[in-house]
Each structure stands twice: as structure tokens, then as C-alpha cells.
Design a protein around this ligand. Sequence first.
Ligand code: 5AD
Ligand code: SF4
Length: 437
Amino acid sequence: MNYHIVTYGCQMNVHESEKIAAILQEKGYTTPVDTDEDADIIVFNTCCIRENAENHAFGNIGNLKKLKRRKKGLIVAVGGCMAQEAGKAQLLREKFPFIDIIFGTHNVGELSSLIDALRERRKKQVSILDARKETEDGITPVRTSYPNAWVNITYGCNNFCTYCIVPYVRGRERSRSAEVILKEVEGLVKEGYKEITLLGQNVNSYNSDGQGGMSFPELLDRCAQIEGKFRLRFMTSHPKDFTRELALVMRKHEKICNLLHLPVQAGSDRILSLMNRRYTREKYLGELKMLRELIPGCAVTTDLIVGFPTETEEEFEETLSLVKEANFASAFTFVYSPRTGTKAAEMEGRIPEDVSKDRIMRLVEAVNENTREMSKEYVGKVTEILCEDYDEKKGLYLGRSEEGRMGYFTSEKNLIGEFVNLKIDRANGISLYGTIV
Ligand code: 5AD
Ligand code: SF4
């Protein structure tokens, strides 16, 4: 029997889908497929961080109506952040009565018993738990991204940035025990994974609940001491908790990539305060200075939001100027999207859509210009790439440098999972093209 998992949103969700795949395989759905028509079960792993992610999922679920009627026995399940959102499960049930199972973010592990119950009793199943206390789900994910592997270190978030729905749908921050994490990383390295990314909404506050057993810098230090040739990454870091201690651990180990993803969101102190980010532009820039003094050439990437309620043109320009000043290697850029239940959604001073559109275009251009300029610095130099994939269209292998740059190259041999030294011949936007040396 075949399964199709449709994933929306962040890395966290991609990894959660690997756990969903494990549950489905255990239930007898042995083969992953990438079309709805070929599937015996379709699982939507949704995201609700911005409205367009939700609309996208709603559209795709709606499209299943006919197939569901035609194909007897097809199971449709909807899980993830959107299913967990207040009132959304009800709305999903009303809009799409053909959905068989709805499960939230706190009970991925229950999908198995929900499928059993559905098979036995043939009735619709909804299971949305309020909060999850335990941090171990006992699921061994079916990893789909060799040579890369993700490892959760925390779940949930305590920060309540005023625009963000994550704390409402993923609950309070819970840390997995360091012992369990270290064992998992060690196991992955033994299995041959070459790049391990530690995942959490705010990795720097790891162990805030005392359940981890050590601080994040200590955990990272211990992970980096595991023997073998592999890379370590982590995300996401919150600037309010970024420390010199962490930067020192990054400097200490070759294995830890010289890349920090440090979402700043905005360049204006007034907007940062309205967002409840708890740092200023000056503090943020001070952290980058400290980091780059300790690790020259360390790449920094970020997340930026435009059109937050009441954002003025001048304040937006502060975000623009920050892109240059901070010298971001790249950035994810977003138009503010009001999320029901968050503080910002109640704020006055919504920015008209055309103004936000204009701002995001100017911001994307500023980010791209910076990225292009930085790409030029790679040309003529040799950089180590971890080969991740083969691009059929381009006929080239590809992989990333430790700073997260994509490098393309030709090879007779399949090099996926190998480190290669690439002499960069040319750069195109964020992509580099080179020859193996
Ligand atoms: N609107 C726009 N962007 C958002 N993000 C989170 N919530 C919103 C929202 N309501 C962005 C932030 C965060 C990233 C994961 O998504 O930039 O860092
Ligand atoms: Fe959302 Fe802020 Fe938590 Fe990130 S730190 S998940 S933006 S509330």
C-alpha cells in the first residue's frame, strides 16, 4: 500500500513528516509516492505561520473531493499546526467532511491508533490534545534526506513574539534530554549521515525547563566531540539569548559550520519592541560584531518581516539599511500576516497590501544584491561542499558549503554523501558553479 505525505512549512515539519512516514510504514503503508492518485493514504502535515501556507493547504485538501469519492478506501488525514489551531479542526470538518482523521501537533504518535480506530469502527477520527508534556515519542523517523539528518532538541516556544502563532499551536518549550540527543546524533554518525542539524524554535534556551540536563553550548560542544567526519548545524537562535559562550563553542570545533541563522525580523527599535523581540538593533549588531571577531568570515542569515502594524516608511528603511550593515549572506523575507489569537492581530495600523508588496520587493532586491556581492568572493577559491543531490534538469551534482552556499558541479561518479573540494569558476545569485579539485 502507498502513502503520500504533503508537507508545508519549516524544517521542523519536514522532520515531523519523517516520523509520520515511520508510523505509516508500521501500519503497512510501505511505499512513498508523490501523487494523490497513487496513494492509499494521504497525510497533510500543515503549517499556519502565515496565511498563504494555510490557503495552500486548504486548496490542496479541497482538490481531493472527487478522488475521495472515486477511490474507495482512500484515507485522508490532516495534521500539524493548522489542525492544532483554535477552531480550525471544526472548520476543516465542516468544509471538507471527507477528511477521515484530524490530529494536532501534540499527538503525532497517536496517528497509529487513529488509523486503527478508523479501520475498525469506520468513523471519523479527531484527536487534538491540548498540550504535550513528554518529549519522547518513541518514533524512529524514516529519514529522507541523506546525507542530512535533523534532530529535535526542543519542542514549542515560550517567547510570544506578538506576530507569531507558534507558541499557541506548539505549546510551551520542552527540552529533550541531552543524553537521548547525544545518543541519537552518535547513532546517525555511525549510520553514515554527514550533516546533523539540531532543531528547536529557540535552541539557545535549551534546558530552560531543566529537562535537558545541560545548556545549549554544552550540548553543542558534546555533539561536536562525537568522532567521525560530519558537520553540525543548529537552528533557530534567538538574538535575545545568543551568547559569547556559544560563539566560542562554534569557534572551538571544525565540525560546527560557520553559519549562524539569527532572525532579526526588523531594523527599527520601535517595531522590535512592538514585536516583543526583547533586543535592540544595537544589541543585535553587537552580537554579530562579537561573533565575527571570534570567527572571521562566519556567515549570518536571518528572517525579516515587512508591513508589521504601524511600520512607517522610515522604519522599513531601517530594515533595508540593516541588510547592508549586518551583511547577511541571505535572508528569508516575509510580508506580515495577521494570525488570529496573537497580540499583533489586535493592533491598529494595518499596512495596506500595496505598501507591503512594494516594501517586500525592495527588501528582496537589497538581500539579493548583498548575496550576489558575497558570492563573487567565492570565485577562484576552493570551498568544501557536502554533495547532497543530483539535479536532473541541470545534469549536475549539488551540495552546500559550510556557510550554506549551494555549489554545482559535474562528476562521472555518484558523490552523494561525500565531501568534495570545489574550485569555484563562477557565481550566479546564491549559487556557485565549480570544478572538483
Ligand atoms: N507573519 C509573517 N511572518 C511571520 N513569521 C512568523 N510569524 C509570522 C507572521 N505572522 C516569520 C518570522 C519567523 C519565521 C519562521 O516566520 O520571520 O522567524
Ligand atoms: Fe515564533 Fe518568536 Fe517563538 Fe520564533 S521565537 S517561534 S518567532 S514566538
